[in-house]
Design a protein around this ligand. Sequence first.
Ligand SMILES: Cc1cc2nc3c(=O)[nH]c(=O)nc-3n(C[C@H](O)[C@H](O)[C@H](O)COP(=O)(O)OP(=O)(O)OC[C@H]3O[C@@H](n4cnc5c(N)ncnc54)[C@H](O)[C@@H]3O)c2cc1C
Length: 509
Amino acid sequence: MTYRVVWFKRDLRVHDHAPLVEAARLGPVLCLYIVEPALWRQPDAARQHLGFVRDSLRDLRADLRRLGARLHWAVGDAVDVLQRINDQAPFLELLSHQETGNAVSFERDLRVQRWCRAQAKPWREFRQFGVVRGLRERRHWVRQWEQLTHETQQAVRSLQDAPVPQHADAWPSADALGLPDHEPPQRQRGGRVAGESVLQEFLLERSARYRGGISSPLSAPTACSRLSPYLTWGCLSLREVVQSTRCRLEHPGLPPHQRLGLEGFLSRLHWHCHFIQKLETEPAIEHANMHRGYDGLREPDHNPAHLQALVEGRTGWPLVDACVAMLRETGWLNFRMRAMLVSVAAYPLWLHWRPVGEWLAREFLDYEPGIHWSQLQMQSGTTGINTTRVYNPIKQARDHDPQGRFVRQWLPAMRRVPDAWLFEPWRMPPDVQARCGVVVGRDIAQPVVDLEAAMRDAKQRLYARRTAPDVVAAQDGIVRRHGSRSRGAENLARARTPDTPCQTSLDFS
Ligand SMILES: Cc1cc2nc3c(=O)[nH]c(=O)nc-3n(C[C@H](O)[C@H](O)[C@H](O)COP(=O)(O)OP(=O)(O)OC[C@H]3O[C@@H](n4cnc5c(N)ncnc54)[C@H](O)[C@@H]3O)c2cc1C
């Protein structure tokens, strides 16, 4: 009996799935998903991630069944599982997508590679993102992204199921995997069907609100594409999202503002891979400062009470606490509010990005290690190559929630606070507190630090470190390794070709 194993990881779909297409072309296939307890026990794993995966596997199983194959799932260490399958009936080859995950999945891949070598079994890995393994020459990066996203999407018409007994271990509970208790009640549902529907409604309608709508936490939930978890867990392929967008852009009647919105969306799909490439190039940035000159900057002053206040949404700054409340409920926040949360953590609260990032990784349904850790470092000022941006949560509230609709939606006590005290409710005099029935320190938190003074102090400390001779001297090496986002975006604009192929399964009529 000869068959191949297709290992599904964070690519939970059959459409445009190169390993599946290749295995199907060559003969019988065993389609496998492995629940790896060692991965789920990491501090970046969350109950909502497992829930989303489970939703997605339901669709995957149905799609595979339609094509003639079963989905096998197993619980355990990947090498042990592959060994077990091979002991029952030796397979010819392992096929999967490349993964740029966390340090534990990277180590796991190295062990799988060693096992495959020892068994004389080829393991072929296919690209699904515009990320290049062993990238040497950054100059050609944009071209490869364009090339990948222009390739034809691949579809499997039918599958020959491997004639082996079904592997179906008991699905472990979130408790058994040691996952923290919380799951956002309003998180997005996983799966291909949900992903396609979000893509379709975004391209047809919601993208008209993308430009101008993505910054405010009020408009962002419907103006943003909301495609991030479907890209992270691979329910949709990056290529099909890019190509469907290009297709939509070709529509002659597309209003100009929607066109601009879709163009902005396309450049973010480029950033998606640009940031994952950073982790692929330098896996250490998951744990260590990209610029080692910032080592020791915040560590000695770590204040657990500050972290706790942030995590519990009790910083006292209404917009920050409202964002935390929304995150707990939905598992999602827009870019600006994510950046503001990290900025507040990194500057006035003077927290190192690693514990903040672990907490947010669990809170974000779309947790994608490459984007996440790069952004955590960028917003904390430890990359050495990005302009430092310090978001003032009061200014952000004035700019993006001037009437307080967002904070009042998520912080019920704020509904009773008069407009005059909306942005700095802790300054309410006692008689105002008594009249509106909101006591600072009881119904709403007292700020953990003096915002202005703490931000000033943080900027000075960062500036002093940034201008230290050894830090300046090490800068060039980082630019060489990682480049900058703006240069990438410029290159993208130059690389765009007018004869973009148009391929989509969506109905734009
Ligand atoms: C501190 C911090 C942590 C973040 N962590 C993650 C993460 O773990 N996973 C994740 O997908 N995004 C992350 N982002 C980027 C961004 O906030 C989310 O991609 C976006 O909010 C997801 O919503 P959307 O799909 O509606 O976005 P849209 O605006 O519709 O963007 C479409 C897609 O482009 C990509 N994208 C958008 N913005 C960025 C960006 N700035 N950098 C890289 N890719 C981008 C995402 O894949 C996104 O799904 C993070 C941002 C910050 C500031």
